[in-house]
Structure formats: structure tokens, C-alpha cells
Design a protein. Structure first.
Length: 120
């Protein structure tokens, strides 16, 4: 019996999710990746294969505005992501949790984006 790492299992889970989740220009995919240190959010049009907007704790998109750790940081990124989406005219998205379990930072990010008016 082969023992699988957590990262490998997350990738398999993400592949299962991606079979069903497709973003379009009208309703792009809100893709989330969470590392130990940073949180990344992208709005992707899978039909045109384009990233429409992106926000992260690591990049220039949120310099010095994101404070705290864990769920607090995820909430702030969720708010910033929703604001970035609104600037691009995006109101509805398909949520792609990236193979991560829906809880903790992922849930905090999603709830904060919903509070800012993003529908998914």
C-alpha cells in the first residue's frame, strides 16, 4: 500500500473539484491557494484562459495592508479580493477552494468576500 503525502492528496482532490468548476467571462472562477505563509486569490476566465484579477498577501496588490495571522489575514484578503473583483465588474463567481478543506482560512476568506457583495 502506497502512502500518499498531504500535498499529493490535495492535488488529487483539486483535480476532482476542477472537473466540475469552470469559470467564464460572466462568472469567473475564484481560485484560492493557501500556503503556510501566504494566501493567493485569482479570478480566472477558463474559456479565454485569462487571469482577470489577482490579490495576495505576498504581492504588490496588498502591500502592508494585511495584518494578523490565520483567519484574520484570510478575512482581509477576502475583502480585498471582492473589491478587486468589483473594480473589474465581477459580481458573481464560481468558488474554487483549490483542493483545500472548506474551513478555517478558506471559510474566513469566502465569508468575507460574500460580505463585500460577491455572489457564489
Amino acid at each position: 500500500m502506497k502512502v500518499e503525502s498531504k500535498a499529493d492528496y490535495r492535488k488529487r482532490r483539486h483535480a476532482r473539484v476542477r472537473k466540475k468548476v469552470v469559470g467564464t467571462a460572466e462568472r469567473p472562477r475564484m481560485s484560492v491557494f493557501v500556503s503556510n505563509q501566504h494566501i493567493y486569490v485569482q479570478f480566472v476566465d477558463d474559456v479565454a484562459e485569462q487571469t482577470l484579477s489577482a490579490v495576495s498577501t505576498a504581492g504588490k496588490s496588498a502591500p502592508g495592508t494585511v495584518r494578523g495571522r490565520g483567519a484574520d489575514r484570510a478575512q482581509e484578503i477576502g475583502r480585498l479580493a471582492a473589491q478587486a473583483a468589483k473594480e473589474k465588474g465581477i459580481t458573481e463567481v464560481v468558488f474554487d477552494r483549490g483542493g483545500f478543506r472548506y474551513g478555517g482560512r478558506i471559510r474566513a476568506l469566502a465569508d468575507a468576500a460574500r460580505e463585500e457583495g460577491l455572489k457564489f
